[in-house]
Design a protein around this ligand. Structure first.
Ligand code: GSH
Length: 376
């Protein structure tokens, strides 16, 4: 079984167990006629379970519930500089936070109608599955099993990342391959735990994993010298370092990028209408950067002659209405948080403590992977 920080849903587990039970009893089928009845019943339960799962994944009206509640419930990290962090007054900022504010603005006209719920790596999936939050916007890697086993759907990638190692700058380590027999601090319930094992095993390097459930314990173990390296997403390392007012003069990130970690917000696969709104809001923030629409010029841009800009900003009506929201959905989202480039720079880019380069996160026509499909 793949351990990808995935928590099985009850229904998935029940169906899986029923099918396994059927498979295991196949051998004795001819010896016990009673068993045939039991098998039929077990299979029926499995099918019922599957159809209940399918029904529940069709039935919900998440968008309606959000509108009725008057706020979007957004799951975020407990505190990761640049991505989601509360200030002393409890105001949340960060790239992941702005994605939720943008979606809230598309629905309600203001980015303030959003409630933030902080989760550690292990809690996050149950929170989304149980309906405690409508969306999980928390430095989460899009993977197949998080989709297939948890019943999640990922929105467009907001940060293309990869796992890396951080060491003390004055240590002897210049490459991850020099970490043989060293203690490596890692957080459980993450893709990092998995890719770190794969990296060392495939390179036949022995190492000592120090696995902690809470990021803070993992960080403390590393900064107190219990581990020689800390491993997580490159952006996470920059965030941890910046969060402690440290720079590359103190702690260095080693060059090997040992995995692909496309970070994206996740939603339940239960309401296609909410999916449309959330998915296209992230896209439209990216399109806004491509078309030069900013938080500052969005009003002027309404008089642009460009037909795609007109559609985006609702000057040419119909797009918002087609999703069951106001035609100024994109105008409101951009006005609330700015375009994707502004969100990036403000929170994690050169204008922030993290100082991350755009790299893969540049627009497609600037050498990156950020590519919004047509808004039409
Ligand atoms: N992107 C990876 C790692 C995400 C992750 O949880 N990273 C850690 C290390 S930066 C974190 O954010 N921990 C904070 C916490 O759990 O409070 C994943 O989706 O599994």
């Amino acid at each position: 079984m793949i351990n990808d920080g995935v928590t099985d849903s009850l229904v998935t587990r029940t169906v899986y167990n029923s099918i396994r039970e059927v498979a295991m009893s196949k051998k004795t089928i001819t010896k016990s006629p009673k068993l045939l009845g039991r098998l039929a019943a077990t299979a029926a339960v499995a099918i019922l379970g599957m159809s209940l799962f399918a029904a529940s994944s069709q039935a919900a009206d998440t968008l309606g519930a959000i509108k009725k509640r008057g706020a979007l419930n957004c799951g975020v990290n407990v505190g990761l500089a640049g991505f989601s962090i509360p200030d002393s007054a409890g105001n949340w900022t960060g790239l992941d936070v702005d994605i939720c504010r943008g979606i809230a603005a598309a629905i309600f006209g203001t980015g303030d109608k959003v409630k933030f719920f902080p989760y550690n790596a292990q809690q996050r999936f149950t929170a989304l599955q149980s309906g405690e939050v409508d969306i999980l916007s928390r430095n989460t890697t899009m993977t197949l099993t998080r989709d297939s086993k948890n019943g999640f759907e990922f929105l467009p990638v907001v940060y293309y990342d990869g796992a890396q190692f951080m060491v003390k700058t004055n240590s002897k380590f210049k490459s991850a391959k020099e970490l043989a027999n060293q203690s490596i601090c890692v957080q459980s319930g993450t893709t990092t735990e998995l890719v770190m094992n794969e990296f060392f095993n495939s390179n036949k390097i022995k190492f000592k994993p120090v696995v902690m459930a809470e990021q803070i314990d993992s960080e403390n173990a590393f900064f107190s010298g219990r581990c020689q390296a800390l491993v997580t997403d490159g952006s996470g390392l920059a965030a941890v370092r910046a969060g402690r007012n440290l720079t590359d003069k103190d702690y260095r990130i080693l060059p090997e990028v040992i995995s692909k970690e496309p970070l994206a917000a996740a939603i339940r696969k239960d309401d296609p209408n909410f999916r449309t709104v959330a998915y296209w809001t992230v896209n439209v923030l990216m399109a806004a950067e491509e078309f030069g629409i900013t938080k500052a010029n969005v009003d002027q841009m309404k008089s642009s002659d460009n037909v795609e800009i007109k559609r985006i900003l609702g000057v040419e009506p119909g797009i918002g209405a087609s999703m069951g929201i106001d035609d100024s959905w994109a105008y409101n989202a951009i006005k609330a948080v700015g375009n994707y480039g502004e969100i990036f720079e403000r929170n994690v880019g050169q204008g922030s403590a993290l100082k991350l380069k755009r790299g893969l996160n540049a627009q497609w026509n600037k050498g990156g992977l950020v590519y919004a499909p047509p808004i039409r």
